[in-house]
Design a protein around this ligand. Structure first.
Ligand code: FMN
Length: 211
């Protein structure tokens, strides 16, 4: 893929995400490693991106706001993300700032999930210790019973669960080359947000990095 100073990195991300989605043997082509850091020790875990916005340059993932990552982001909203698509020989590195998704976006996504996923999102105090998973399972069964008896087909999104938008300030495209002659293209911009979390961003700066 031709990448240069005239390229729009957001359009390239979109193309790479589509290429990954079309690569049939990947179970989760939308999985990425998300790193957060509330203190001097960064933490990483896999999450799934569910929405990508090529106008403003963010991706959305959904989680428990009271989980380890949720609390990390409350303390420090800086985050890093990396996708790796083995078949395509591609790595995509992103850095930026996370802000909570608008309530309507979280509601819509929550409503689109199967009821069992909704119940688990409601009941699990993600990242909190528990003596035995049977305790959680019993709660789940009790909740399912109530739902069946009352003929309920959906539940409201709990306040502790929703989306984050990761707005990119740094985007690096990496493509594998022969004999480790890899191609690396870095785009960077400065982000700022007004009091309503509206994005203001500078133009992208571009450079090529040695492999
Ligand atoms: C393929 C895969 C996809 C996952 N997707 C999500 C996700 O979208 N949201 C989420 O909260 N956790 C997801 N998880 C679980 C996280 O990796 C992690 O265990 C959980 O969010 C708790 O992380 P924390 O304690 O750092 O907050 C996923 C795990 C895997 C392996």
């Amino acid at each position: 893929m031709l990448i240069n100073a005239q390229s729009n990195p957001l359009i390239i991300i979109k193309a790479w995400l589509l290429d990954a989605a079309k690569t049939s043997d990947m179970r989760y082509p939308n999985a990425f490693c998300l790193s957060t850091s509330a203190d001097s020790l960064p933490d990483s875990r896999i999450v799934l991106y569910k929405l990508f916005n090529d106008e403003h340059g963010y991706l959305s993932f959904f989680t428990n706001y009271e989980s380890k990552k949720g609390l990390d982001l409350e303390t420090n909203n800086a985050a890093a993300a990396v996708f790796y698509w083995d078949k395509l020989g591609r790595q995509l590195r992103l850095k930026g700032k996370c802000v909570k998704s608008p309530v309507s976006e979280s509601d819509d996504y929550f409503a689109s999930r199967p009821i069992l996923n909704q119940l688990n999102a409601k009941l699990s105090q993600q990242s909190q210790p528990i003596e035995s998973l049977n305790i959680l399972n019993d709660k789940l069964i009790a909740e399912q019973d109530t739902i069946q008896k009352n003929n309920v087909s959906f539940i409201d999104r709990p306040n502790h669960w929703g989306g984050f938008r990761l707005y990119f300030s740094s985007v690096e495209f990496w493509e594998a080359g022969e004999g480790r002659f890899h191609q690396r293209y870095l785009f960077q911009r400065t982000l700022s947000f007004d009091s309503k979390d509206n994005l203001e961003a500078t133009n992208w700066k571009f450079c090529i990095l040695q492999p």
